[in-house]
Design a protein around this ligand. Structure first.
Ligand code: NAD
Ligand code: TYD
Length: 339
């Protein structure tokens, strides 16, 4: 079995590569990644010498490179993690989001059509459903919830999802889609909430909370997401969408306070800054379908997962310190100086 994993040098993709090499030692895993600012080859250091692993630097929008790789590898399965993934960056510059997230998805599926595939899996997000109000805790996103996006990021992901379903219906491509809630864990790029707060707290820097910090996200430990995708690509029904989430809703401010407590840092570091434009209030996944059909349940409780994650950032300072010392610093100054 050969699996092409796109975006495997990023946060979730790299965790998926590790999971698959560990759980399926007879599989060949080929990682295709453009190594944008969010992709780090150092993340994949531990598997580079694994004979079942291959890394290929390429853009999923580059038709020649993608088709050449398919010609060479004849993959059985493609799992597409490659994306521009940060809402704040999509507000600054939507164009690259439409290109990578929609046209890149098209390119991969065109290659799947040409070379044949057992399964094309699209890694999507709960953000395609828009948001839920804070005062309706009874409401959750199901797979039937209408697409209703807020940001250029979520719109680009939704556009890709629709295209994936269209390739299934029109061309019979054997696809599945997963829509997961917010992930956290090792190798999370330090511009996202949890790693940013850990890194800033460790450096005694202000902890910038958007608006009042009351926005709710449904956090899932990254390994649980990887296990869910592993189940879907093997046992999920073709043409279906599966929501993934662990019923772990938390307000941003509570997450930041937990990080302060775990690191023994004062809450006085918390700084309320200007809110994100179009900021989604609440995400909450109903994971009944994947539980009933595939037996998936999250295994890591937030209380344990956040401790493991903080410990990982303490043990792997060189990984994130290198990132925040480079061009990321220019991004940080630009994004947070006027907030
Ligand atoms: P990430 O930004 O950490 O990683 C993205 C990876 O894709 C990077 O390695 C980058 O180099 C690569 N990439 C970007 N553009 C590319 C291109 N044109 N060609 C090839 N590679 C390219 O993202 P992540 O947080 O790991 O998210 C992975 C996927 O999961 C995304 O599709 C995202 O929409 C989805 N998702 C993320 C979350 C989350 O909480 N992070 C939740 C649900 C879904
Ligand atoms: P983020 O990690 O960017 O994920 P997403 O926007 O995809 O949910 O943000 C998570 C939440 O944290 C979101 O409500 C925005 C908020 N946030 C802050 O309050 N401060 C920050 O510096 C960042 C990056 C995010």
């Amino acid at each position: 079995m050969t699996i092409i994993v796109t975006g495997g040098a990023g946060f979730i993709g790299s965790n998926f590569v590790f999971h698959m090499l560990d759980k399926h030692p007879d599989y060949r895993i080929v990682c295709l990644d453009k190594l944008t600012y969010a992709g780090n080859l150092s993340t994949l250091k531990s598997v580079m010498d694994n004979p079942n692993f291959r890394f290929v630097k390429a853009d999923i929008c580059d038709r020649d490179a993608v088709f050449a790789l398919f010609e060479e590898e004849k993959p059985d399965i493609v799992v597409n993690f490659a994306a521009e993934s940060h809402v704040d960056r999509s507000i600054e510059d939507p164009g690259i989001f439409l290109k990578t997230n929609i046209l890149g998805t098209q390119t991969l599926m065109d290659a799947c059509r040409k070379y044949g595939i057992q399964r094309y899996h699209q890694v999507s997000t709960d953000e395609v459903y828009g948001d839920l109000p804070l005062d309706r805790p009874d409401l959750f996103f199901t797979e039937e919830t209408p697409i209703h996006t807020s940001s250029p990021y979520s719109s680009s992901k939704a556009g890709a999802d629709l295209l994936v379903l269209a390739y299934h219906r029109t061309f019979g491509l054997p696809v599945t889609i997963s829509r997961c809630s917010n992930n956290y864990g090792p190798y999370h790029f330090p511009e996202k909430l949890i790693p940013l707060m850990i890194a800033n707290a460790l450096n005694d820097k202000p902890l910038p909370v958007y608006g009042k910090g009351e926005n709710v996200r449904d956090w899932l430990y990254v390994e649980d997401h990887c296990k869910a995708i592993d189940l879907i690509i093997h046992n999920g029904r073709v043409g279906e969408v599966y929501n993934i989430g662990g019923h772990n809703e938390m307000a941003n401010i509570d997450i930041v306070k937990i990080i302060c407590k775990e690191l023994n840092k004062p809450e006085s570091l918390i700084t309320y800054v200007a809110d994100r434009k179009g900021h989604d209030m609440r995400y909450a996944i109903d994971p009944t379908k994947i539980h009933n059909e595939l037996g998936w349940l999250p295994e890591t409780k937030f209380a344990d997962g956040i401790k493991k994650t903080i410990q990982w950032y303490l043990d792997n300072k060189e990984w994130w310190e290198e990132i925040i010392s480079g061009e990321y610093q220019a991004y940080y100054d630009k994004m947070y100086s006027n907030k």
